[in-house]
Design a protein around this ligand. Structure first.
Ligand SMILES: *Cc1c(COP(=O)(O)O)cnc(C)c1O
Length: 375
């Protein structure tokens, strides 16, 4: 909760991650900064990523794309948005602001061609090569590419990219990877047969960037790795968590052995103990599903979270030690002893992307100190 919690971002770690990832490929980077840059704050993240060498920015929604496309300091940096309904208000404005648009269905292709005002819309044609999510399915590729070629000849669109997305890139040996790569090649063949010569072919997310150079083509699209988390842990990469999330102890008290802790009394104290109350909860993105397993770093060591994580607070085991109110509790940190978003995702049965994007609106994001030190 505000006042007692904050998420602090270190621009140096983000810049270092961008440089490390750039060193794994000869393709330029599209920094994926959707969902408020995975919860880190999109404006500073975009600025630092671009200064550190990212050539392009990728988001999901039109609103996110519109916002970045209108930022004067990012005027030279292309931004791609691709999650929208064909009849969604704001499409023409987003194109007008200069954003590039991902086409993921035939209906979107026609909607974009109609929405164009001055000058053609710059688009990336997406194929579904096997994720069965966004992108045009293979049986429609020919019709899709022919329609796109016609719109391009008529000056309504300019086809910048041909792209797809992988379903299982974090499992290097998964047979879907080879199938999707072969399908992507077939799609590029269909694109070429329609007379389209896109400047950018792109396929790789963070996992594919790290695990498979064959997916790099002309552009790579890392998201989670930028923020310091490696989705392919068996291939070590020197990535550093960008966010530190901390709360501050609100109160400490002593309770007798046998006392039930928090909702449902899912935990009872084994002996007389001090407990600390930390005012962050699942409304702030501390996953309730991590109850019974989670730990935080408090007063020099990792300590157990006891019982259920509540909406606005949780209880930490201090044993016989005690701390003062205000003592920081680190939930996500970059130090060796700190829990990080990988730990929380294990405790909660999810992935770090979910943990980071879930951090709630009550938690202030601070970049200032790092940004000032840069000058
Ligand atoms: C989110 C996203 C990415 C980045 O994925 P990570 O696994 O976080 O690297 C890349 N491409 C597309 C199309 C996405 O939606």
């Amino acid at each position: 909760m505000s006042g007692l919690a904050k998420a602090s971002m270190d621009w140096r770690r983000l810049a270092s991650n961008v440089e490390t990832l750039a060193g794994l490929t000869s393709a330029p980077l599209m920094a994926m900064v959707k969902a408020d840059a995975y919860g880190h704050g999109v404006v500073p993240t975009a600025r630092v990523a671009v200064e550190a060498g990212a050539a392009r920015l990728g988001v999901a929604t039109l609103r996110e794309a519109w916002r970045l496309a209108r930022m004067p300091e990012l005027a030279e940096v292309p931004v791609l948005g691709f999650v929208y309904a064909p009849d969604q208000p704001g499409l023409a404005e987003t194109i007008g602001a200069g954003a590039e648009i991902g086409i993921t269905s035939l209906a979107q292709l026609d909607a974009v061609a109609v929405a164009v005002g001055r000058g053609p819309a710059r688009v990336h044609l997406k194929a579904d090569t096997g994720i069965s999510r966004g992108g045009v399915a293979e049986h429609e590729w020919e019709a899709y590419c022919e329609a796109a070629a016609k719109h391009q000849s008529a000056g309504r669109i300019e086809i910048v990219g041909a792209w797809s997305h992988l379903a299982c890139a974090d499992e290097a040996d998964h047979p879907a990877n080879a199938m999707q790569k072969a399908a992507f090649e077939r799609f590029l063949g269909t694109v070429a047969a329609a007379g389209i010569e896109p400047e950018l072919r792109h396929l790789a997310n963070s996992a594919a960037l790290i695990a498979d150079p064959e997916t790099h083509y002309d552009l790579v699209r890392p998201g989670i790795a930028l923020y310091g988390y490696n989705p392919v842990p068996r291939l070590p990469v020197d990535l550093k968590p960008v966010m530190e999330l901390r709360g501050a102890v609100m109160a400490v008290k002593r309770l007798p052995a046998g006392t039930g802790i928090s909702y449902g009394h899912t935990y009872h104290l084994e002996r007389d103990s001090n407990v600390a109350l930390v005012p962050l909860g699942y409304a702030d993105g501390v996953p309730r599903a991590a109850s019974g397993r989670a730990e935080v770093y408090l007063a020099g060591k990792r300590r157990r979270v006891l019982g259920r994580i509540c909406m606005d607070q949780f209880v930490v085991d201090l044993g016989d030690e005690t701390v003062r109110p205000g003592e920081p509790a680190i939930l996500i940190g970059a130090g060796d002893h700190h829990p990080d978003a990988d730990d929380w995702s294990e405790w909660a049965g999810t992935i770090p992307n979910d943990i980071l994007t879930g951090i709630g609106g009550r938690v202030p994001r601070l970049w200032n100190r790092g940004l000032e030190e840069r000058k």
